[in-house]
Design a protein around this ligand. Structure first.
Ligand code: BES
Ligand code: MN
Ligand code: ZN
Length: 503
């Protein structure tokens, strides 16, 4: 069954509001122009002020210091401390500028100011585009009164073909990221598995993707016991959404798998009725990141073939729900005793990872809002990464550095596996209380069938409490840009791949 609340509602409005990022010799009329100011040394020529005067206004040039000076063209002073050593610092500073010029629909930045300390023009322009487009994001389709002033143009003042290419790259990646945020922010009644599939079928082909949607009967035929087990308590049908990007002449192939729990109530292991669980509408951000990243591949000119599996259902309690002690048979034939229905993400991912492994891809990466334990360990700015192969882990971490979605590697500690023992099935879906993020990764490892694999747990950074530089309050779209950068730079993994048993 599929209960549609508002068939006309468009969950992804941000795709229609992308600002133009351009290079030009001068700023457009009525633009706010950024003036980046270090905490020491000479002030930029454009300023007719002294350090003492700035200090009186509370501006010391530290990161996140900002001061708007109204005028024919408004100047927004943005503190950059010691300067721009990395693209991440540029992204942050342009985001800070954008937030402090919130009423302006035209923004401008001097390209030379960005590249002064050595960041290459291409990376600088990309970071600037991402910073502006991501900071000028808010989810408002369900409000009667919109507060956001849409950004029309970001002008990079200067002439440089590398910068033009970078600006285009940044626009593509930010567009994908904003799509992911829309999907994450949409309430669960407006975005169930059926509706997500509908969005993928509509949007995917516009970005060169083939989208196949599998419904309940097909999922039964395919033997996706994990996805069906999680879906058992829901009145909404599950969906497996398979997304394919097949550039001509590709020699490498990546499988991406996303956790698509449209709402995680915990199921029979019901979560408490705590306001923080509003966030569980975002339990599909792994799937949203995979899909959104894939919309960027063609425009980025990625040469690697990519196949995505979005494992979509909600996790609900009801008379038909999976019970504690029930045993599910997964796609790869392994049996799982469900000892906690709130450990549902690994059940749907296990099936998706098994499907990806069957395609004999060169690497599998899954992304999931998987464990509170990962959030407790690393906080809300950093995601956890696990891998059975060092070169996969390294490529993912390199991509995260580029997108400033940092990954911290945690160990796939096979010694913790014995706590998942079950008396009735091959293993259970939970292990010891300690090391919960590791247990979840060990569970997924049972489905990779020797394929080089990485697992990204984005439970911590999936959401931001407040507007913060390039993150906007609500869904952050975390890992979307990372996955696209990863696919763009992908090399066949080499070296050892760890198995499932201690040797
Ligand atoms: N979706 C949650 C994890 C989560 C928690 C994501 C907070 C984002 C913010 C996941 O399905 C879950 O409930 N995990 C349990 C696992 C436990 C039952 C082994 C958890 O982390 O408590
Ligand atoms: Mn759960
Ligand atoms: Zn969950």
């Amino acid at each position: 069954m599929n209960v549609i609340i508002d068939a006309e509602f468009n969950p992804v409005p941000s795709l229609q509001q992308i600002a133009k990022v351009q290079l030009a010799k001068t700023a457009p009329k009525a633009a706010a122009v950024a003036v980046f100011v270090k905490s020491e040394g000479d002030l930029p020529d454009a300023l007719d002020l002294t350090r003492e005067q700035l200090e009186l206004a509370g501006f010391a040039g530290k990161k996140s210091d900002a001061l708007l000076l109204p005028g024919e063209t408004a100047k927004v002073l943005v503190g950059i401390s010691k300067g721009f050593k990395t693209a991440a610092e540029i992204r942050n500073a342009v985001a800070c500028f954008t937030r402090n010029a919130a009423k302006f629909s035209e923004l401008a930045v001097e390209l030379d100011a960005l590249t002064l300390d050595g960041v290459p023009a291409r990376e600088a322009a990309q970071a600037a585009a991402e910073g502006a487009l991501l900071a000028r994001y808010a989810y408002e389709p369900l409000k009667n009164k919109q507060n956001l002033v849409a950004l029309e143009t970001l002008t990079l003042i200067g002439e440089n073909s590398e910068a033009a290419a970078g600006a285009e790259r940044g626009t593509i990646l930010a567009t994908a990221d904003r799509l992911a945020r829309d999907l994450g922010n949409t309430p669960p009644r407006h975005l169930n598995a059926y509706k997500f599939a509908e969005v993928a079928e509509r949007v995917g082909p516009e970005y060169g993707l083939e989208v196949e949607v599998f419904g309940r009967e097909e999922i039964i035929e395919m033997g996706l016991g994990g996805l069906l087990g999680v879906n058992a308590g829901s009145v909404q049908d599950p969906r497996l959404i398979k997304v394919s990007y097949q550039p001509e002449g590709a020699t490498e192939h990546i499988g991406l798998v996303g956790k698509g729990i449209m709402y995680d109530s915990g199921g029979i292991s019901l979560k408490p009725s705590n306001a923080s669980h509003c966030s569980m509408k975002m339990d599909m951000m792994g799937a949203a990141a995979v899909f959104s990243a894939m919309t960027a591949l063609k425009e980025l000119g990625v040469k690697t073939r990519v196949t995505g599996f979005l494992m979509c259902t909600d996790n609900m309690p009801s008379g038909s729900a999976t019970k504690l002690g029930d045993v599910l048979t997964m796609r790869n034939g392994k049996t799982v005793e469900v000892r906690n229905t709130d450990a549902e993400g690994r059940l749907v991912l296990g099936d998706g990872i098994a499907l990806a492994a069957e395609l004999e891809v060169d690497a599998i990466v899954d992304v999931a809002t998987l464990t509170g334990a990962a959030m407790m360990a690393l906080g809300t700015q950093t995601a956890a990464v696990f891998a059975n192969n060092d070169t996969v882990a390294q490529q993912l971490q390199d991509a995260g550095k580029k997108s400033d979605e940092t990954l911290w590697r945690l160990p796939l500690d096979l010694r913790l596996k014995k706590a998942m023992k079950s008396n009735v099935a091959d293993f259970a879906n939970i292990g010891a209380n300690e090391g919960g993020a590791i247990t979840a990764a060990l569970f997924l490892n049972e489905f990779v069938a020797g394929t080089p694999w990485g697992h990204i747990d984005i439970a911590g950074p999936m959401e931001s409490n407040s507007d913060d530089l390039w993150r906007s309050a609500g869904s952050t779209g975390y890992a979307t840009r990372l996955l696209a950068e990863f696919a763009a730079d992908f090399k066949k993994p080499s070296g050892d791949t760890v198995g499932t048993e201690l040797e």
